[in-house]
Design a protein around this ligand. Structure first.
Ligand SMILES: Cc1cc2nc3c(=O)[nH]c(=O)nc-3n(C[C@H](O)[C@H](O)[C@H](O)COP(=O)(O)OP(=O)(O)OC[C@H]3O[C@@H](n4cnc5c(N)ncnc54)[C@H](O)[C@@H]3O)c2cc1C
Length: 442
C-alpha cells in the first residue's frame, strides 16, 4: 500500500505527529501493537484515578497551543498551591528544597562555603567547561559544589531521569544552559533571560484524555494494531518501505519513528543500507532506567507539610525507593472518600533489577518505607506497575547519537526521529520535537 506518511508507535510522539499529518490532509497510517498512548496510561481503581505513567505535564507555549486546538482547556488542573514545596530526603528526614533566597541562606543542604562560592560565581563568565561533554556532576560542580549536587541535584535527577548525575551528560540533559554558557555568558544572564517558569498541570479526567482527544481527531481506522518489523529505503523510488509483522509492505515518502532504544534499533537492523545498520548498532546500546510505580491510599493527611508536592530520595536505599508524590494533596480532585492518594516510585539505574522483584514484595516495601519515613500506619496499595525500559539515559556522549540521527534525517529526507532517544524525556519535550519536525516552532 502506498501512503504519504507512516507513523511507527502511538505514544504521544507518534500520535501528535499523526495529528499534524491529519491537519495537512496527508494520507497516513500509524502502527502500534500495544496500548494507544504508550506510557500515558490512566486507570480507575478503588474509586481513584491513577496515572501509571506521567503524572504532571509541563505547560510550555506550544503545549498550550496544542491544548487549545484540542479544546482541552477546561480539563486542565493546576496544583492547589502555586508555591508548592519540593522535599529531598536528607539526614534521615524530609528537607525542603530552597526556592527563595532566604531559604537558600538557611538551608542545611548546602555548605556555607558553597553558598558564598555560588554568590561569586553567579556572575562569572568563566565557570563552566564546555569543550568536552562533562557529566552533570562535573559540569555544575564549580558553580554549585558537591553538597548541593549530591543533596539536591542527585535525588531530583533520580526523580526525573531515574539516572546518575555522575553519568548523565550536562550537554544532553541541560542543552539550553550548556549552549548559553558555551558563549561565555554567566549563569545569572541565563536565569535573567529565561521567561516565566512553565506551569505544571494534569488533566482532570486523567492524562490519557490527551490521548483520547488526539485519537478522536484522527481519521477512522488510521491506527493499525500491528508491529513494524523493518524500515528500509528504496533509492530508486526515493521512498521508505515499511514491513509489518503480518508480512504486509507499506510505502511512503515520509516516515515518523516514534519508538526508542532497542525498538528503534530493531527497525533498522535488517536492511541493505549500511548507514541504517551502523545506526541500529549504536542505538541498541542506549540504556534505560527501569521504574516501578506504586499507588497507595492512606487516611493520613499532610505527611510532610500542607503544600508538599513530594519527597525525592538519593539512590541509596536498599528497597530501591526513589520518591513519593502526594498526588491528592497537590491535586485535591484525586482524593476519594476522604482518602489521600500517593504515588511511590522504585528503581532507577541504581536498581537495575527492580522489575524482577515480585508484586507482593514491592507492596511490602512501599508500606514499610511509608511507615519508616513518614510514620504512615494506614497505607494500602492499590496498584503496582512495572516499566522495564522507562526513561532513556542521556549519558555522556549522547550528543553523538543525536548527531547521527540528524545526519540520517539529512541523508534521507522524509525520515523523522521523534521518539524519546532525542530531545528530552518528558511529554512536553516529545511534543516540542514533533513541532520541530513539522517546522511549527517559531
Ligand atoms: C513511570 C513514568 C513516569 C513519567 N512521568 C512523567 C511526568 O510526570 N511528566 C512527563 O512529562 N513525562 C513523564 N514521563 C515520560 C513520558 O511518559 C514520556 O516522555 C512519553 O510518554 C514518551 O512518549 P513516546 O511517544 O515518545 O514513547 P512511548 O510512550 O514509549 O510510545 C512508543 C510506542 O511505540 C510502540 N512501538 C514500539 N516498537 C514498535 C514497533 N516495532 N512497531 C510499532 N510500534 C512500536 C510502543 O508500543 C509504544 O506504544 C514518565 C515516564 C514513565 C515511564
Amino acid at each position: 500500500m502506498r501512503l504519504d506518511a507512516i507513523v511507527i508507535g502511538a505514544g504521544i510522539s507518534g500520535l501528535s505527529a499523526a495529528y499534524f499529518l491529519q491537519k495537512q490532509n496527508q494520507n497516513f497510517l500509524i502502527f502500534e501493537p500495544n496500548k494507544i498512548g504508550g506510557f500515558i496510561q490512566t486507570e480507575h481503581r478503588e474509586g481513584f484515578q491513577l496515572e501509571l505513567g506521567p503524572n504532571v505535564l509541563v505547560k510550555k507555549s506550544f503545549f498550550e497551543k496544542f491544548i487549545k486546538e484540542l479544546q482541552l482547556e477546561s480539563s486542565i488542573v493546576y496544583p492547589e498551591f502555586s508555591d508548592y514545596e519540593q522535599f529531598v530526603w536528607y539526614d534521615n528526614q524530609p528537607t525542603k528544597v530552597p526556592k527563595k533566597i532566604l531559604e537558600f541562606i538557611k538551608t542545611d543542604l548546602v555548605s556555607v562555603n558553597e553558598k558564598i562560592n555560588l554568590l561569586f560565581k553567579l556572575f562569572s563568565k568563566k565557570v563552566f567547561k564546555t569543550q568536552i561533554d562533562l557529566s552533570v556532576f562535573d559540569f555544575f560542580k564549580p558553580l554549585l559544589g558537591p553538597n548541593f549536587l549530591m543533596n539536591i541535584f542527585n535525588p531530583v535527577m533520580q526523580g526525573i531521569y531515574g539516572g546518575d548525575i555522575k553519568n548523565l551528560s550536562a550537554r544532553s540533559v541541560f542543552p539550553d544552559i550548556w549552549n548559553f554558557v558555551a558563549k561565555k555568558q554567566s549563569i545569572f544572564s541565563y536565569i535573567k533571560q529565561k521567561k516565566d517558569k512553565p506551569k505544571i498541570f494534569m488533566l482532570k479526567n486523567g492524562n490519557d484524555f490527551l490521548v483520547k482527544k488526539i485519537t478522536e481527531s484522527l481519521p477512522d481506522d488510521c491506527i493499525r494494531n500491528i508491529t513494524v518489523e523493518n524500515v528500509s529505503f528504496n533509492q530508486e523510488k526515493r521512498e521508505f518501505e515499511v514491513l509489518t509483522s503480518t508480512g504486509e509492505k507499506f510505502f511512503a515518502k515520509k516516515v515518523f519513528i516514534g519508538t526508542s532504544g532497542k525498538s528503534t534499533a530493531k527497525l533498522f537492523s535488517e536492511t541493505s543500507n549500511e548507514k541504517f545498520i551502523q545506526f541500529s548498532k549504536k542505538i541498541e546500546g542506549l540504556k534505560f532506567a527501569p521504574l516501578v510505580v506504586v499507588h497507595a491510599k492512606t487516611k493520613t493527611k499532610k505527611l510532610v507539610s500542607e503544600k508538599a508536592f513530594g519527597v525525592l530520595f538519593p539512590p541509596v536505599r536498599e528497597s530501591g525507593f526513589l520518591g513519593v508524590m502526594f498526588n491528592s494533596q497537590i491535586f485535591p480532585h484525586l482524593k476519594s472518600n476522604n482518602d489521600e492518594l500517593l504515588t511511590i516510585c522504585f528503581g532507577g539505574v541504581a536498581n537495575p533489577d527492580i522489575c524482577s522483584v515480585s508484586e507482593e514484595e514491592i507492596k511490602k516495601r512501599a508500606i514499610s518505607e511509608l511507615d519508616k519515613c513518614f510514620g504512615v500506619k494506614s497505607a494500602h496499595v492499590i496498584s503496582v506497575k512495572y516499566w522495564k525500559n522507562a526513561i532513556p539515559q542521556y549519558n555522556q556522549g549522547h550528543h553523538k547519537l543525536n548527531s547521527e540521527m540528524a545526519n540520517l534525517e539529512n541523508a534521507f529526507p522524509g525520515l523523522h526521529f521523534i521518539g524519546s532517544d532525542i530531545g528530552g524525556v518528558g511529554v512536553a519535550n516529545r511534543l516540542e520535537r514533533v513541532y520541530k519536525a513539522f517546522n511549527l516552532l517559531s
